[in-house]
Design a protein around this ligand. Structure first.
Ligand code: NDP
Ligand SMILES: Nc1nc(O)c(N)c(N[C@@H]2O[C@H](COP(=O)(O)O)[C@@H](O)[C@H]2O)n1
Length: 224
């Protein structure tokens, strides 16, 4: 069993998630910020790769007081369970995600993570060990389902999302395309990694919704 998994990203009109320096940039506008807060508050868990934690130092907290209250009124923590995919347990101890706002944190590591790192991180997060070198994402999804997590929002970045597509673990894919060009061959995109080579392996999507969002457009796709 696996939870329902959806990706939400903001990308530039040329398909970039940030700059070649992998610096966090503002891509979407105010109305998208509010939409993202709503879908985050409606999720049981929110997942990012260690690359995003190191580049952006996000907190991944729910921002609106109303949405936080709605969560606590229905018996949930203010914030969804925050999950980091981090083979070696490199997450910095002072990362925002480990400190800001109440709620459970999980760091999914592989067997490569040192005991020292596991000891270092265990005061801040529950640890799931899955996979030999890289984190076994299918195994993590099963473990999440076993602890009652039904809906996972993936915030990025492109390396993690690529692996989730490759392993057919994504159900829906939402992108807010902003009205800027970032450019740069090595700037991250929505699905980096090795890429599919054969057309028959491409992930096929069905467009379920599109709407204007500020100066950009929000596209919602379902994986066929
Ligand atoms: N615009 C937007 O909406 C967003 C933009 N971003 C941007 O994306 C960039 C970060 O993305 P990126 O560098 O791709 O990093 P990711 O956040 O995708 O993290 C990737 C890392 O996760 C670890 N990992 C462990 N197991 C796996 C696995 N099975 N598959 C894939 N990864 C695994 C690897 O590190 P290890 O081997 O050490 O475990 C890997 O390098 C930043 O520039 C950030 O600003 C990020 C989120 C949203
Ligand atoms: N939805 C969206 N729009 C943008 O313009 C963005 N730059 C991002 N980036 C991601 O949002 C996360 C920030 O989380 P916190 O505010 O710290 O909770 C982070 O992962 C960014 O990469 N998203």
């Amino acid at each position: 069993m696996k939870p329902f998994v959806f990706v939400n990203l903001a990308m530039s009109a040329d398909g970039k998630l940030s700059t070649t320096e992998r610096r966090q940039v503002k891509i979407s506008g105010r109305s998208d910020f509010l939409r993202v807060d709503e879908i985050k508050a409606g999720s049981d868990a929110i997942m990012v790769g260690i690359g995003t934690v190191i580049a952006d130092d996000p907190s991944l907290t729910v921002k609106s007081e109303r949405l936080k209250k709605e969560r606590t009124d229905r018996g949930c923590d203010e914030n969804p369970v925050r999950i980091i995919i981090d083979s070696e347990g490199r997450t910095p101890e002072n990362a925002e995600i480990l400190h800001k706002g109440p709620g459970r944190r999980i760091i999914a590591v592989s067997e490569k993570a040192s005991d020292k790192n596991l000891e270092r991180l265990s005061p801040y997060a529950d640890i799931i060990v899955a996979g030999k070198d890289k984190v076994d994402l299918g195994g993590v999804m099963e473990a999440l389902s076993d602890i009652g997590i039904k809906k996972v929002m993936v915030e990025g970045g492109g390396t993690l999302i690529w692996s989730l597509f490759e392993e057919n673990l994504i159900d829906e894919f939402y992108t807010c395309i902003g009205s800027i060009i970032i450019g740069g061959q090595s700037a991250p995109t929505a699905a980096d990694g090795t890429g599919f080579i054969k057309e028959e392996n491409f992930t096929k999507l069905e467009l379920i919704d599109m709407e204007k969002a500020d100066d950009g457009v929000l596209l919602r796709w379902r994986v066929k």
